[in-house]
Design a binder for this molecule. Structure first.
Ligand code: FMN
Length: 180
C-alpha cells in the first residue's frame, strides 16, 4: 500500500510536514508513506500551461500522485482558508485523470483551523469521488519544533492513533465501496 502524504505548508519547520515525516517513520510495515513537501516549488496554475506546456515540477507532482494508492493531506490554516500554495497544487490536478477516483483523507496538526478544514473538505470532495470524510486524525502540535513533533507523535497514545488511522485509510483504499 503506497500512500502519498501532502503537506500544505511551505514552512521549513512546519508542524504539518514534521507530523507527516514522523508518521512515515511509525507506519505499519505494509503501508509505505512518502512525503510531498513541495507545494512551494510549483508554479502558479494556469490552464495555458497544461498539456504539452506542463512544467516539469508539476509533471513530477502528478506522477507521484498517479503512483500512489491514496493520499493523505495535512495543512495549516491561513486567513481562515486553505493556504494559496496548497490550493494552487490542487488546481493543477483538476483537469487530469489521476485525481478523479483517488482515495484522500485529511489529518491535522493543530487544535485550530476548522475553517480551512471545511474548505478543504469541500474542495477534495469535488475533485475525487473517493474523499474519505470519516477518516480523520487531529494531533495538537501547533507551535512545536520538528523534534518536539516527532516526540509527540511517537508517544504511545498518539502512535496507536496514527497506526489506527493509517490502517483505516489503507482498508478504505483497498475497498471498492465508499465508506464516506
Ligand atoms: C499568514 C498566516 C495566517 C494565519 N491564519 C490563521 C488563521 O486564520 N487561523 C488559525 O487558526 N491560524 C492561522 N495561522 C496559524 C497557522 O495556521 C498555524 O501556525 C499552523 O499550525 C502552522 O502550520 P505549519 O507549522 O505546518 O506551518 C496563520 C499563520 C500565518 C503565517
Amino acid at each position: 500500500m503506497k500512500i502519498l502524504a501532502i503537506s500544505g505548508s511551505a514552512r521549513l519547520n512546519s508542524t504539518n510536514t514534521a507530523m507527516l515525516r514522523a508518521i512515515r517513520a511509525i507506519a505499519p510495515s505494509d503501508i509505505e508513506v512518502s512525503i510531498f513537501d513541495g507545494v512551494g516549488r510549483l508554479p502558479v496554475f494556469s490552464p495555458d500551461l497544461e498539456g504539452e506546456w506542463l512544467p516539469e515540477a508539476v509533471r513530477d507532482f502528478i506522477d507521484v500522485i498517479a503512483q500512489s494508492d491514496g493520499m493523505i493531506m495535512a495543512s495549516p490554516e491561513y486567513v481562515r482558508s486553505i493556504p494559496g500554495g496548497l490550493k494552487n497544487a490542487i488546481d493543477w490536478l483538476v483537469s487530469g485523470d489521476e485525481i478523479v477516483h483517488k482515495p484522500i483523507a485529511l489529518l491535522h496538526a493543530s487544535h485550530r483551523g476548522d475553517d480551512m478544514l471545511a474548505g478543504l473538505r469541500t474542495v477534495l470532495s469535488t475533485i475525487t469521488d473517493r474523499f474519505a470524510g470519516d477518516i480523520f486524525l487531529r494531533l495538537h502540535l501547533m507551535k512545536l519544533e520538528p523534534a518536539e513533533v516527532w516526540k509527540a507523535v511517537e508517544a504511545a497514545e498518539n502512535r496507536s492513533r496514527v497506526q489506527a488511522y493509517l490502517q483505516a485509510f489503507s482498508a478504505y483504499c483497498m475497498a471498492d465501496n465508499k465508506i464516506a
